[in-house]
Design a protein around this ligand. Structure first.
Ligand code: PLP
Length: 405
């Protein structure tokens, strides 16, 4: 262990809660992570002592709030190693980032008969915005298939790329299977056909170091609340040359330069994509969250969670009737499973009575569920503060529930 997990857990007051008289075992980190004091206190402090709308004020507080907000943009830039803060667009989260991109890219460059490529294991947030845009533009959505182990079939992708392909969209880490996709290789393949790539980083940014220049992706989206930050804020990274080419998504506020009754000219990057008052308290708190995980070290968090996941897989595989979905060579801190013919909802509900929080259902990936031939799974997803004892509690819980059926 490269950080003191007991000390780290003290930063997260919620982890000390009892649920139905049992210590909380929080294994729903894929849905959202808990927040350290440092993040919550930054929000309280800003509301109590700094609060003023950003960018538009000459007064002291507005300047100070603006400085914090823009320093947060720099913190995000540094965290994912973007070249410039002009490439960091603040949004409400991964979903809004992808909706922004699908709309703007659709307006700029998609015509009837064009093709959009997504993968078989995308979250609805990286399917539906593209489907909606395809509907508006008469474009076609194409899907990279996957193997039974949960790995994308890259030979098939190679054959799918052509002069009609407008973008390839792929999740970095599957929120269901835990598969870590070879996104760097996918970027290389797409670039060979001059096709840009969006990576959905919702499930990678909280768990591993991410360097967008090294990945060479054209766009990258993630959510603050999944990386120990607040809700209501996320990021769309885009290479400057791409963002320059795309029209704004929403109108109003900071995205304008001049407005007359006849026409509006738009602000420079990244403000062109940031209409309305941003959640400047959340951006500041997100910077605090990134500072928090960076201080622990993303490599250390990755190593800790890898060890925990391997331990969980080993122990869970010994449970009678256990089916684990996803067996990719490179996988991350998510374990989706079913036991015998116990319904995922029953398993989740009974684990909850033992204080164990897991997610059940289709995990916003219905096409993937159809591919797997199931209606849903139980999903345990780990975070930086989870322990082997919590994995033991999960295993004991699953065994107890299994005995009841
Ligand atoms: N993409 C993936 C892979 C996810 O796991 C999630 C959230 O579960 C999302 C996108 C959507 O994130 P948000 O709801 O924060 O916009």
């Amino acid at each position: 262990m490269m950080y003191d997990i007991n000390k780290v857990r003290e930063d997260f007051p919620i982890l000390a809660r009892q649920i139905y008289g049992k210590p909380l075992v929080y294994l729903d980190n894929g849905a959202t992570t808990q927040k350290p004091r440092q993040v919550v206190e930054a929000m309280v402090d800003e509301y109590y002592n700094v609060n003023a709308n950003v960018h538009r004020g000459v007064h002291f507080l507005s300047q100070q709030a603006t400085d914090l907000h823009e320093a947060s943009r720099e913190a995000v830039r540094r965290f994912i190693n973007a070249r410039s803060t002009d490439e960091i667009v603040f949004t409400r989260g991964t979903t809004e980032s992808i909706n922004l991109l699908a709309f703007s890219l659709g307006e700029a460059m998609v015509k009837e008969g064009d093709e959009i490529v997504v993968s078989a294991m995308e979250h609805h947030s990286d399917i539906v915005p593209w489907q909606m845009m395809c509907g508006r533009k008469g474009a076609v959505l194409r899907v990279i298939p996957m193997t039974d182990e949960g790995e994308l079939e890259l030979e098939t992708l190679e054959g799918m790329l052509n002069e009609r392909t407008r973008i390839v969209c792929c999740t970095h880490v599957s929120n269901v299977l835990g598969t870590v996709n070879p996104v760097k290789q996918i970027v290389k393949m797409a670039h060979a056909h001059d096709v840009p790539v969006l990576i959905d980083g919702a499930q990678s940014v909280p768990h591993m170091p991410v360097d967008v220049q090294d990945l060479d992706c054209d766009f990258f989206a993630f959510s603050g609340h999944k990386v120990y930050g607040p809700t209501g804020v996320g990021v769309l990274y885009g290479k400057e040359e791409w963002l320059e080419k795309l029209p704004p998504y929403q109108g109003g506020g900071e995205m304008i330069k001049n407005v007359t009754w006849e026409r509006t000219t738009y602000n420079v990057l990244p403000y062109k994509f940031e209409a309305g008052t941003p959640d400047y308290v959340a951006t500041h708190a997100l910077a605090k969250a990134l500072e928090y995980v960076a201080a622990l070290g993303m490599e250390n968090i990755y190593a800790h969670e890898q060890e925990l996941t391997q331990y969980a897989l080993e122990r869970m595989r010994q449970i009678e009737g256990m089916r684990i979905f996803g067996d990719a060579a490179h996988r991350d801190a998510v374990v989706s499973f079913l036991v015998g013919d116990i319904h995922h909802l029953d398993m989740g509900t009974l684990l909850d009575r033992l204080g164990i929080a897991v997610r059940t259902g289709h995990h916003c990936a219905e096409p993937l569920m159809t591919r797997l031939g199931i209606s849903g799974t139980v999903r345990a997803s780990f975070g930086l503060y989870n322990t082997r004892e919590e994995v033991d509690a999960l295993v004991a819980g699953i065994e107890k529930v299994s005995r009841m059926f």
